[in-house]
Design a binder for this molecule. Structure first.
Ligand code: SF4
Ligand code: SF4
Length: 381
């Protein structure tokens, strides 16, 4: 049975978080039982993009600092880092305000700029990854993820966060290889099974709901979740927001392929019923994709698509830059940067990288009218 420690935490006071994490580690048998002394630890927070932590798009620096303090006190050698969706890893860490916490404890930034090709014969769907050197320079990873909604996978939590160990633009290439969200989830589980993930800590003190993982709204969930099982941890996140874990592909494949369990969970700590928010703004429907329904050709007419709000767009071009397709599905028309970029939905693979990365909240997603009708009438499921 997988243990998940659920703790009420209403503040980003480092001392408070430190005490909570110490308690959680005791409940899980102590840090040494999870990661033997002498192992080098990579602390991997969520830094999707360089943004102030008040936006709730990234792991709050206070949670990461509490982890640094615990590891230093216990004599571990540690480094930290993440490969963001856009931008230089070091600069992004500064913008997310995690770098000053690392400096305080002399924790070096690990190498997330360069990587190596690894072969993964055990993989179900992905037998090769480009992994950041940081992973090979360490023995174990502590995954310090963020509680957020996600347009593509419904939630992003413990199972998905280590996607940040795939280096740089290779993350975009994975999106273009695995366009079906179910295949993408299998790839994420393959990656998580490959990486030396030992402990998962979710910052749900202030979570992101709505148009996540980048442009949603911060909402207090007042919760820290800690577990050695990322599938169980994400299932408890679902329980907190009254979402069925069975509809989350990373959870179901996570259990199917041995990463963890969402059905055998022992809850430890505070009473979870006092922390549940049934009104958390998230799409509660099953993840849809026309390829899964064998209607690939209909994709552009039925699947939720990114849409630019021209009143908000500042024509910065980030969406064009992050689109993983060589033949961009979003671009400035005839190279004219005086107007917002436009979509070619016949090319778009619905990876939503543009929606994730728009720095100005100018991209939302909407289901085309034909799709709404077909899903409402249950012609498509
Ligand atoms: S990233 Fe956002 S603001 Fe920038 S061009 Fe694209 S839609 Fe406009
Ligand atoms: S336009 Fe946006 S959603 Fe479509 S493929 Fe490019 S990044 Fe992905």
């Amino acid at each position: 049975m997988s243990k998940v420690v659920v703790l009420r935490c209403e503040s980003y006071d480092v001392d408070v978080i430190y005490d909570k994490l110490q308690y959680a580690l005791e409940q899980l048998g102590g840090m040494e039982s999870i990661i033997p002394k002498g192992q080098r630890i990579l602390v991997n927070p969520n830094t999707l993009v360089g943004i102030d932590p008040s936006a709730a798009a990234t792991t709050h620096p206070a949670v990461v600092e509490a982890v640094f303090r615990i590891l230093q006190e216990q004599g571990y050698t540690q480094s930290y880092g993440d490969s963001p969706g856009f931008g230089d890893p070091g600069r992004v860490m500064k913008k997310c305000k995690i770098a000053p916490a690392a400096d305080k404890y002399n924790v070096p930034l690990a190498d997330f700029t360069n990587g190596q090709t690894i072969h993964n014969p055990e993989g179900i769907i992905s037998k090769q990854f480009e992994i950041a050197n940081a992973v090979f320079d360490n023995d174990a990873i502590i995954n310090v993820c963020k509680m957020k909604s996600h347009a593509f996978q419904r939630i992003t939590g413990a199972v998905k966060n280590p996607f940040g160990c795939v280096v740089g633009f290779h993350k975009g290439l994975m999106h273009s290889r695995f366009t079906n969200p179910y295949n993408f989830a299998e790839m994420i589980v393959d990656l998580a099974n490959y990486l030396p993930l030992k402990l998962h800590i979710m910052d749900g003190i202030v979570a992101m709901e709505g148009n996540g993982p980048r442009n949603g709204n911060p909402t207090p969930m007042n919760t820290l979740l800690i577990s050695t099982d990322p599938v169980a941890l994400d299932a408890v996140f679902c329980k907190l927001i009254n979402l069925k874990p069975e509809i989350i592909p990373t959870i179901t494949y996570g259990q199917k392929y041995g990463l963890g369990s969402y059905q055998n969970i022992e809850l430890i700590g505070d009473d979870i019923t006092t922390l549940i928010n049934p009104h958390f703004d998230i799409d509660r429907d099953t993840v849809k994709h026309t390829e899964r329904n064998n209607f690939k050709v209909l994709r552009q007419f039925v699947i939720r698509r990114p849409v630019i709000n021209e009143d908000i767009c500042v024509k910065c071009g980030v969406c064009v830059e992050v689109c993983p397709l060589e033949d961009k599905a979003v671009d400035f028309s005839d190279g004219d940067k005086s107007n917002p970029p436009v979509y070619d939905y016949s090319k778009c693979i619905r990876c939503y990288c543009c929606q994730e990365m728009c720095p100005y909240h100018a991209i939302d997603t909407e289901t085309p009218l034909i799709g709404k009708i077909l899903y409402r009438t249950k012609i498509l499921k």
